[in-house]
Design a protein around this ligand. Structure first.
Ligand SMILES: [Zn+2]
Length: 263
């Protein structure tokens, strides 16, 4: 196999780089297995909504650094999200997740950071200013607990409130929204991405103390995750991508199309 020697994005040493994922490969593998080889992927590159067997990868890290992120953040987070998802999908009342918020926050930040380094088309519109990228790299190479100083993180449970005609939770779990920049009226911005039926949002810089009261936000040192419901049709990023996607997918889900166009 051809080896590419280059500068690793994390340790910054000159090493052979391997194919790394931003949104973990395991997420796509689960969906691909369930849906016979394709995931519903929504990403901002040319406004696409498509079923795809791709999982967005690029040579950005050496195998040691890639492995370190996988073991420290990706694997524990994906295991938690999978089991929390099946609990939420089967429970009648709202379940609460139990997971180290520091690990989840570091995972979320590392996804955005890896997406910004990646040149895969799925992450074409993800970019961070150099100082932010370096700040995140610095925290990732140390103990990864400083993320709550520079960002706030929220977790929402994707639902389709339109009743029987809508998406069931199982379909929503197989939707992947690549990170998109969300601009807020107050001039601030956040990154949003969706996987395993959750919408994650990262606010950089972090929210004001007042806005940090939202129970859906992660907290430093906390071990519970309390996602609030988010109707997919109330989310601008999902709506925009779906609208764009339907231009090219006329034979798509007609009920969904009707409802998207009505909004
Ligand atoms: Zn490295």
């Amino acid at each position: 196999m051809k080896k590419t020697i280059s500068i690793c994005g994390l340790c910054q040493e000159s090493k052979p780089l391997i194919q790394s994922h931003a949104i973990p490969h395991a997420v796509f593998r689960d969906i691909h297995r369930d849906n016979g080889g394709s995931a519903i992927i929504i990403s901002d590159d040319r406004g696409k909504l498509h079923r795809s067997g791709k999982s967005g990868q690029d040579r950005i890290l050496c195998s040691e650094c890639d492995g370190r992120l996988n073991i420290a953040f990706d694997a524990p987070t994906i295991n938690f999200l999978r089991s929390f998802r099946s609990e939420l999908n089967s429970a009648r009342s709202k379940a609460i997740g139990h997971f180290d918020n520091n690990v989840l926050a570091a995972f979320l930040m590392s996804v955005i950071w890896r997406a910004a380094l990646s040149s895969d088309p799925m992450y074409a519109n993800v970019s961070l200013i150099p100082s932010t990228k370096e700040l995140i790299r610095g925290i990732l190479t140390k103990d990864a607990v400083g993320f709550f100083d520079i960002a706030s993180f929220s977790v929402r449970d994707l639902v389709d409130g339109s009743g029987l005609d809508g998406f069931d939770r199982h379909s929503l779990s197989s939707l992947v929204l690549a990170p998109v920049l969300q601009r807020h009226p107050n001039g601030k911005h956040s990154w949003q991405f969706a996987m395993v039926g959750f919408l994650f949002e990262i606010f950089i810089p972090r929210l004001s103390l007042l806005r940090r009261q939202d129970p859906a936000l992660l907290r430093r040192g906390a071990t519970v995750v309390r996602p609030s419901d988010l109707d997919i049709f109330d989310n601008q990023a999902l709506m925009k991508m779906m609208m764009a996607g339907f231009g090219k997918h006329q034979r798509g889900h007609s009920i969904l199309r009707d409802r998207v166009l009505k909004k």
